[in-house]
Design a protein around this ligand. Structure first.
Ligand code: IMP
Ligand code: MG
Length: 180
């Protein structure tokens, strides 16, 4: 795996430091409403981020699972986003925080948020580990962002290329010849 990595963009220690800050931001925004928050990770890219983040949150919360699939070339834009497996719990009148690995064009999150909004949550907010500022749509609000990054294809810490490299512990840039 190591030979496929061109460079480390964000080392694991910086990720961990930022998670504690993010957790405090989340607590600050929800305040008294933190207790009973429902976290909805967008699978599979956000599994590692979510599992680390929620262990920094000091209040009672639940995890709601749903699976979204994006049909497209692995590193190209466009394609169709589809709900593969629906949410496993009722979010009506509950505060919901959607967690995703990366905000790129926003297509995936738009589908997730519109699906969840139909179910009458008390509030609906979004937390992403990464945001590609150059591409992220300006009309799309994300309340919590781990890191703004340049427009490069990254893997590791949950992010994949063809479902590989999710277990690489840092956020890393893949050698371009592997996907070009
Ligand atoms: P969007 O729908 O264009 O915002 O893309 C979001 C999804 O595309 C993410 O949840 C990722 O699964 C995938 N994606 C976008 N950029 C990258 C990247 O640099 N590395 C790995 N996956 C990415
Ligand atoms: Mg994803």
């Amino acid at each position: 795996m190591q030979q496929d990595i061109e460079r480390i963009l964000i080392p694991r220690s910086r990720i961990q430091d930022r998670l504690h800050e993010l957790a405090r931001e989340i607590e600050g925004v929800y305040g008294d409403q933190s207790e009973g928050l429902i976290i909805v990770p967008v699978l599979a890219g956000s599994i590692i981020f979510t599992s680390d983040l929620i262990r920094c949150l000091p209040f009672k919360m639940k995890i709601g699972l749903m699976t979204i699939s994006r049909y497209r070339g692995a590193t190209t834009a466009g394609g169709e986003t589809r709900l593969v497996q629906d949410l496993n719990l009722d979010i009506r009148d509950r505060h919901v925080l959607v967690v995703d690995d990366i905000l790129d064009t926003g297509g995936t999150l738009r589908v997730v948020l519109s699906q969840l909004a139909l179910r009458g949550p008390a509030s609906l907010r979004t937390c992403v580990l990464l945001r590609k500022l150059a591409k992220a749509p300006t009309d799309f609000q994300v309340e919590f962002v781990g890191f703004d990054i340049e427009d490069v294809f990254v893997v590791g810490y949950g992010l994949d290329y063809n479902n590989h490299y999710r277990n690489w512990p840092d956020i890393a840039v893949l050698r371009p010849e592997l996907y070009r």
